[in-house]
Structure formats: structure tokens, C-alpha cells
Design a protein around this ligand. Structure first.
Ligand SMILES: CC(C)(COP(=O)(O)OP(=O)(O)OC[C@H]1O[C@@H](n2cnc3c(N)ncnc32)[C@H](O)[C@@H]1OP(=O)(O)O)[C@@H](O)C(=O)NCCC(=O)NCCS
Length: 201
């Protein structure tokens, strides 16, 4: 079973984070999170990221959510202010595949938030949506992101690299995958990695 359209609204709780829908009141926090060179460098987000960009971003997120084509959730500690974002998009129902992405605001990094959010959405995509192959496209220079992917049980896929031109010059994106047949030990690992970060089992 692959759910189509994707469920909306959605609130996912576990691994020490709450993933919730974006709200219009998040605009100032969103701009503060995304107006940062590290985000622009690795995600090709507009830079500078101003209020106008923020409004367009929230509008597009809402369209994608209501239309059921993507999951795009704010990462929060307790359902309050957004600390980052995690997404699921490019769903191919026939192949039971989708792509995921994530970012965390500069002041909130190195606390396990990306690991927790990716773990939670990966689990949801498998258990609730019936997806069987999840993909990440990561610039091979982005060590923070490849570490997060690895921690969540993703592995480099046997796919040719994707060449992309951006404001920082040519980039090479590698594909990382999370597969159904890893759902034994990897699944436990997915749950435990983030739980350990928050002192829970
Ligand atoms: C990549 C990103 C989402 C990681 O978010 P995060 O919440 O800091 O990640 P975590 O805290 O879950 O990190 C897990 C592990 O990844 C590794 N890691 C994270 N940031 C790192 C960095 N800057 N350098 C090296 N390793 C890093 C570490 O091993 C870390 O564990 P540790 O803190 O115990 O050492 C964040 O750096 C970011 O938003 N970057 C810009 C946007 C981006 O690159 N998005 C991904 C596009 S593919």
C-alpha cells in the first residue's frame, strides 16, 4: 500500500522531536532559519532568504501539503517554534519510492535533531505509507548530511552521481538509499540512535 494523496495534516511524535505542519505564524522563524549561508550552500535555497522568500516558501509548502504531493514538516522540540524542516517528495507509487530532505537551523545543530527527524519520517514512510525505497541526494562534500544519513541507516546507492550547477559552482550529488530489506537490524538502529541522544530507550 502506498498512500496517495499523502496524509494532511500530519503530526509525528517520537525519537525526541515533534514534526508538525508549517503555520503562517512561523514566517519570522522560518526566515531566521533559512537566511544562512550553510543552508544556501547545500540546499540551493535563495540567498538572502527574506520575508518575501519566506512567504513564497510557506505558500508552496501549503500547496504541496493540501495537494498531497509532499510531506513538509517543521522540526520542533515540543510542537512549538520550528528548529528545522524535514521533507518527503517525488513519490513514485509504482516503485514504492520517495525522496527525503532535511535542514536544521544553525543555532540548533549538533543536537541530534536531523537524525531524530529523518529517523521518524523514515519510519513513518515505511510503516504508514508503505514505501519501500527511500532516497537522499547529498552533495559529496556535505559531511554533516552524509553523517546524518549513515546514522539513520541509509547507504550509498549504486546509482550514477548527479551533476548540478549552482551559485557555488558545479556540485556532485550522490544517491543514498534506505531499503526494505534492511528493516530488521536497521530498523532497531533507526529507533535507538535518536532515542540514545535523548536518553530514552
Ligand atoms: C546536515 C544538517 C541537517 C545536520 O543537522 P544536525 O541536526 O546538526 O545533525 P545531527 O545533530 O543529527 O548530527 C548527527 C551527526 O552528524 C555529524 N555531523 C553533524 N554536523 C556535522 C558537521 N558540521 N561536521 C561534521 N559532522 C557533522 C556528527 O557525527 C553528528 O553527531 P555528533 O554531533 O554526535 O558528532 C545541518 O548541518 C544542516 O541543516 N545543514 C545545511 C542544510 C543541509 O545540508 N541539508 C541537507 C541537504 S542533503
Amino acid at each position: 500500500m502506498t498512500v496517495s494523496p499523502l496524509p494532511y495534516p500530519l503530526r509525528l511524535t517520537g525519537t525526541g522531536v515533534i514534526l508538525r505542519e508549517w503555520r503562517w505564524e512561523d514566517l519570522d522563524d522560518l526566515v531566521a532559519l533559512l537566511d544562512e549561508p550553510g543552508i544556501a550552500r547545500w540546499t540551493l535555497m535563495p540567498s538572502p532568504f527574506d520575508v518575501e522568500a519566506g512567504l513564497a516558501y510557506l505558500r508552496r509548502a501549503q500547496q504541496g501539503r493540501i495537494g498531497g504531493s509532499r510531506i513538509q514538516l517543521a522540526i520542533t522540540a515540543d510542537g512549538g517554534p520550528p528548529l528545522g524542516e524535514v521533507l518527503l517528495f517525488n513519490v513514485h507509487s509504482e516503485g514504492h519510492e520517495a525522496e527525503l530532505g532535511y535542514l536544521v537551523g544553525l543555532p540548533f545543530r549538533r543536537r541530534g535533531l536531523a537524525t531524530a527527524a529523518l529517523s521518524l519520517l523514515t519510519g513513518y514512510a515505511f510503516d504508514a505509507l508503505g514505501l519501500r525505497r527511500l532516497l537522499l541526494r547529498i552533495d559529496r562534500g556535505n559531511t554533516a548530511s552524509t553523517s546524518v544519513a549513515r546514522r539513520c541507516g541509509y547507504r550509498p546507492a549504486a546509482e550514477p552521481p548527479i551533476q548540478q550547477d549552482g551559485p557555488y559552482g558545479p556540485a556532485t550529488l550522490d544517491t543514498w538509499e534506505y531499503l526494505e530489506n534492511r528493516s530488521g537490524p536497521q530498523d532497531d538502529r533507526r529507533k535507538n540512535v535518536a532515542a540514545r541522544r535523548y536518553g530514552r530507550r
